[in-house]
Design a protein around this ligand. Structure first.
Ligand code: S3P
Length: 416
């Protein structure tokens, strides 16, 4: 099978392409609702983006070429659109307002507005500028040396984007290395960027060249099928053309530690990102302890990892993962309640959870809580349960994985 294109890379290519000088070509973009929010936001600022079927062509307007939007910019469910756009708008000498859906309006924004304010951008918003809707007046930025309290690729990227428009050198230092698509892409676009361990520095004022990029399949989407094939007896599955950037593939190591069998084949580089075909077959799993440093490289995969843990022998302990509470839903609470409804003994912890695997899950009815990854994870849990499970609120799956249900049906049919 193949899974849809990478969400993080598509967002970045669209947003960075919008402030590049000249044309960018983006082959195999993700047309999930989240990425279409980034497209829409840029179009409202005067960027022409052509959808030519297999590719997007983005007519960049340069670092200072965006136009004041005539209306509120709606980021929908997408935290990446909202936070990266805050960075982009901080460098623009005009007024704009960002909002989003019910989930996004409750997610923390101070993590971006605080460093961007100290660069000189002005934000007004709910809760003192901690929540959307946010009004932004950008321009006149000075460089910043910023140490992130929590590893976050979105915050890192927002500050670096603002740094492109600031006077001097802006440095961002993380406690652990988060996904590095921004660093790779900005370098490919000719930005003056350097990395030194956990720090990244950009020189303000140097423009970006257009980009020519092919987006690989999203490892975070492949994750649901990696776990499904691991859990369902008799399965063998090859997932072709998946991005395997090491800052994203923590789940592979965790699953292998639990006993899974996943092989990388045909490893290659595509547009500056490592790509491979993943071959996975059914294996019994054992519980493990997961903490701190392992968390950031698997941050979006915890919902599906919880399902793997619920089918493993023994206990799985997750700690150092408080960030899960501020994702599209509180993923510690939503996954614990979903798994409990299947008869699994699971307990919340402030920064993680404890799951006692039980192999025989009970079918039932579950809520997605509007969270795409929870909906897809609970559907994989449903595959493992005896009887029919119902997952309510599945529209959200379209934010990251158009075609998920058809693909899931197709692998079941092949095995019949
Ligand atoms: C993302 C970064 C991560 C991740 C999110 C996508 C990105 O969030 O959870 O789904 O594309 O930069 P944080 O930056 O909050 O860690």
């Amino acid at each position: 099978i193949r899974v849809p294109a990478d969400k993080s890379i598509t967002h970045r290519a669209v947003l960075f392409g919008g402030i590049a000088h000249g044309e960018s070509r983006l082959r195999n973009p993700l047309r999930g609702e989240d990425c279409l929010r980034s497209v829409d936001v840029l179009q409202h600022m005067g960027v022409r983006i052509e959808d030519r079927g297999k590719e997007f062509v983005i007519h960049g307007r340069g670092l200072h070429g965006l136009r004041e939007p005539g209306n509120v910019l709606d980021c929908g469910n997408s935290g990446t659109t909202a936070r990266l756009t805050c960075g982009l708008l901080s460098g623009q000498d005009f007024f704009s307002v960002l909002t989003g859906d019910d989930s996004l309006r409750n997610r923390p924004m101070a993590r971006v507005t605080e460093p961007l304010r100290s660069m000189g951008a002005r934000f007004m918003g709910r809760d003192g500028g901690r929540k959307l809707p946010l009004a932004i007046r950008g321009g006149g930025l000075k460089a910043l040396d910023y140490v992130l309290p929590v590893a976050s690729a979105q915050v890192k990227t927002a500050v670096l984007l603002a740094g492109l428009n600031a006077e001097g050198e802006t440095t961002v230092t993380e406690p652990e290395k988060s996904r590095d698509h921004t660093e790779r892409m900005l370098r490919a676009m000719g930005a003056a960027i350097r990395e030194d361990g956990l720090s990244v520095t950009v020189q303000g004022g140097t423009g970006l060249n257009g980009l020519d990029l092919t987006v690989p399949g999203d490892f975070s989407s492949a994750a649901f099928f990696l776990v499904a094939a691991t859990l369902v007896p008799g399965s063998e599955l090859t997932i072709e053309n998946v991005g395997v950037n090491p800052s994203r593939t923590g789940l592979l190591e965790l699953l292998r530690e639990m006993g899974a069998s996943v092989r990388l084949e045909n490893e290659r580089q595509v547009s500056g990102e490592p790509v491979a075909d993943l071959f996975v077959s059914h294996s019994p799993l054992s519980g493990i302890a997961i903490s701190g440093a392992q968390v950031v490289r698997a941050i979006d995969e915890f919902p599906i990892l919880c399902v793997a843990a619920s089918m493993a022998t023994g206990e799985t302990q997750i700690s150092g993962a408080a960030e899960l509470r501020v994702k599209e839903s509180d993923r510690i609470a939503t996954m614990v309640s979903g798994l409990r409804a299947m008869g699994v003994e699971a307990e919340e912890r402030p920064d993680g959870m404890q799951i006692l695997g039980r192999q025989n899950l009970s079918a039932g009815s579950f809520q997605s809580h509007g969270d795409h990854r929870v909906a897809m994870s609970m559907s994989v849990a449903g595959l493992c349960a005896r009887g029919t499970s119902i997952i309510e609120g599945t529209e959200c799956v379209a934010t990251s994985f158009p075609g998920f249900w058809d693909l899931l049906r197709s692998v079941q049919r092949n095995s019949a």
